[in-house]
Structures are given as C-alpha cells and as structure tokens.
Design a protein around this ligand. Structure first.
Ligand SMILES: NC(=O)C1=CN([C@@H]2O[C@H](COP(=O)(O)OP(=O)(O)OC[C@H]3O[C@@H](n4cnc5c(N)ncnc54)[C@H](OP(=O)(O)O)[C@@H]3O)[C@@H](O)[C@H]2O)C=CC1
Ligand SMILES: Nc1nc(=O)c2c([nH]1)NC[C@@H]1CN(c3ccc(C(=O)N[C@@H](CCC(=O)O)C(=O)O)cc3)C=[N+]21
Length: 307
C-alpha cells in the first residue's frame, strides 16, 4: 500500500509468490508423509542463453527450498532433436519425475512444437501441450500455463469476484495472452484480446477494468491508456539500458515491463511492478503445478493452495 491516495496500490507479487511457495512446500510435505511421494521437477535447458540460465537457476533453487526434487538437464547448443526427444521419453517414463519443463526459446534447428508435443500432458507443468490448451479451452481439469495462472491468482486475491468486469489482454501468444483470455472468460469477465493489428489500442485499453499487458515492448502502454481505478497486470520483462549513462555505457541493463509504470500508477487503482510482480508468481505456479501433477499421478486430491 502506498500513502498517496492518488497513486495505485502496488500488487506485491513477490510477497504473494513467497506465500504460495510456502503453501506448496507444506502441502508437498503432507503428500510425502502420507503417501511417500516427493514431487519431482525436471528442467531441461538447451544452450547458453544467459537470461535463460538465470531463470533456470532460480527455478531449481526455489524448487529445492520447497522441499521438492529438482533435476536440471543442461544440454549443449548443438544438441540434436533426437537426443532431446530421447531425454523427454526417459523423463516421461521416470516415476520420480512429475513435472517436465523445457526452457524456451530452443535453438533454431530444433522444432519446439515437436518437443513440447512429446511431453506427457500429465507432466506438462508449463501447460504448453495442445492437450492442456484444449482442456483449458473446454473447461476440463488439466495443467494451466504458469504465468497466466499467476496473474489470475493475483487478480482474485486483489479483487475477489471478477464476474462481469471488462478485461483487455494485450498480446495473443499461446503461452500468455490466449490462456489468460481463457482463464478470465472462465471467471465470467468480458474479454477482449488485442494484438499488433488492433486499431486504436489506447481507446480499447481505456475500456478495461482489468488490463493485462503481455506484449514484449518496453513501457509501450502509457498512463492515459488506463481507465481510472483499473487493475493493471504487467507481464512484460524487457531489458533496457541502465538509467545511469556511465553504467549504460558499460552495457549494464535494468528490467522494465510493458507498462510505463510511473504514469500508469497515477491512474490505476492497483498495479503490478516489474520486477517483483508477475515474474515471481510464474515460478511459484510452476511449483504448484508440479505438486498438482504429483498428486494426480497417485490419484490423490491436491490440497487447496489459496491464501
Ligand atoms: N513474467 C513472466 O513470468 C513472463 C514474462 N514474459 C514476458 O511477457 C511478454 C510477452 O511474452 P510472449 O507472450 O511470450 O510474447 P510474444 O512475442 O509471443 O507475443 C507478443 C504479443 O504482443 C503483440 N504485440 C506486439 N507488438 C504489439 C503492438 N505494438 N501493439 C499491440 N500488440 C503487440 C503480438 O501481436 P501479434 O500476434 O499480432 O504479433 C503478440 O500477440 C514479454 O516481455 C516476455 O518477456 C513471458 C513469459 C513469462
Ligand atoms: N518453458 C518455459 N517456461 C517458462 O515459464 C519460461 C520459459 N520457458 N522461458 C522464459 C520465460 C520467462 N519466464 C520468467 C520467469 C520468471 C521471471 C522472474 O522471476 N522475474 C523476476 C526477476 C526479473 C529480473 O530482474 O530479471 C521478477 O520479475 O521480479 C521472469 C521470467 C519464464 N519463462
């Protein structure tokens, strides 16, 4: 909460994620004590992309802190598709592994959709398999992509009932925009999905009670695009040069979202920061999905993970 009433309330994704990780850890400990199952996550990373390396290290550390098994498979950039598919087949067959995540992007010589399609849908903790996309679309239980799931948890924690609200999602990717739309539709929001061909995006955004930005363009969404009092969820993770010109000259960067934060915070009712907003929720939801997958593999009803 901020003291200035003219400024939006900050949605503390980092704190919410820490609480969720604790609840997953407690639920996993109960699962292990009662049913002798320790949830296990396998993360596969191909190549040396530095940003990906950081995320993968973060995921591994958080998973272990939650008392779950975490295996990281680091493969060289030149790994061929058959080798990767053989690893996935082995992980699909491994009874101690309940979740498999293949870090994206993959090197260009690998067909990402073939690789994602090879993961057992019941171990697909990213929720990227077409079977899970289909389950989400028709309202069957499945595994839901972590980033939109984390956004929905924040929205429900902040707003409670979402029914009837106008939601505008900027971005239509299969991993963020589309599943976000499905989830908000499931909450009975009136959902509009915008993209690079949308006409008069600022006017459309001004209709949003809930605005989700998943574009990948630094600070594209301006303060005067925000309906006063709206809830703004900024998914974007963009590296831009440091503010300090000396540091920028040394190639130092900082992370900003898709929303011009200072301007938007002056208009919005609530807003997520970047960093410290959606990003940590993505990792917490990955653990939640791994716990859920482990329970289902044993036919055990997962404990509720809400706050
Ligand atoms: N916090 C987290 O945990 C995560 C953050 N991210 C971040 O979220 C952002 C989005 O990721 P992702 O969905 O994978 O990105 P994609 O690049 O796959 O999709 C971007 C979407 O934005 C649309 N778009 C691009 N430019 C414009 C524009 N000028 N006006 C309106 N729409 C536009 C594109 O439209 P079109 O389809 O027409 O090309 C596309 O639908 C990135 O910054 C990414 O780093 C992603 C995953 C997790
Ligand atoms: N198969 C797959 N699944 C993914 O979920 C996946 C992926 N590939 N490839 C890359 C994107 C990106 N992503 C993020 C996760 C956490 C933060 C995160 O925790 N960010 C922190 C720190 C940001 C920083 O300072 O760099 C924050 O926003 O506060 C960000 C981004 C998951 N992704």
């Amino acid at each position: 909460m901020t003291a200035d009433p003219a400024r939006a309330t900050l949605i503390d994704g980092k704190a919410f994620a820490a609480g969720l990780v604790e609840r997953v850890a407690a639920a996993s400990a109960r699962l292990e004590a009662k049913h002798r199952i320790k949830p296990g996550l396998a993360v596969v990373i191909v190549g040396e992309d530095p940003a990906s390396q950081i995320y993968v290290r973060n995921k591994g550390e958080t998973t272990q802190r939650a008392g779950m098994r975490s295996d990281t498979h680091r493969l060289p950039d030149e790994t061929d598709q058959e080798t990767l598919l053989a690893l996935i087949a082995a992980l699909n067959a491994d009874k101690g592994i309940h979740g498999i995540l293949v870090q994206l992007p993959l090197p260009g010589h690998i067909d990402a959709s073939a690789v994602l399609g090879a993961i057992d849908p019941d171990k697909d903790v990213d929720g990227f398999h077409v079977v899970n996309a289909g389950r989400l679309a028709v309202g069957l239980p499945g595994l839901v992509p972590c980033t939109p799931l984390g956004c929905l948890m924040l929205l429900k924690a902040e707003l409670g009932e979402l029914s009837g609200l106008n939601a505008v999602i900027v971005g239509r990717s299969n991993i963020v925009g589309k599943p976000m739309a499905q989830l908000l539709l499931g909450e009975s929001c009136t959902v509009t999905i915008a993209h690079s061909r949308t006409r008069d995006l600022p006017a459309l955004c001004r209709t949003a009670d809930i605005l989700v930005a998943a574009v990948g363009r630094a600070e594209m969404i301006r303060g005067d695009w925000i309906k006063p009092g709206a809830t703004v969820i900024d998914v974007g993770i963009n590296r831009v040069p440091s503010r300090d010109p000396m540091k920028a000259a040394q190639g130092k960067t900082r992370v900003v979202g898709d929303v011009a934060f200072e301007e938007a915070a002056a208009a919005a009712g609530r807003i997520t920061p970047v960093p410290g907003g959606v990003g940590p929720m993505t990792i917490a939801c990955l653990l939640a999905n791994t716990y859920t997958a482990a329970c289902r593999s044993a036919g055990v009803e997962p404990d509720a993970l809400d706050a």
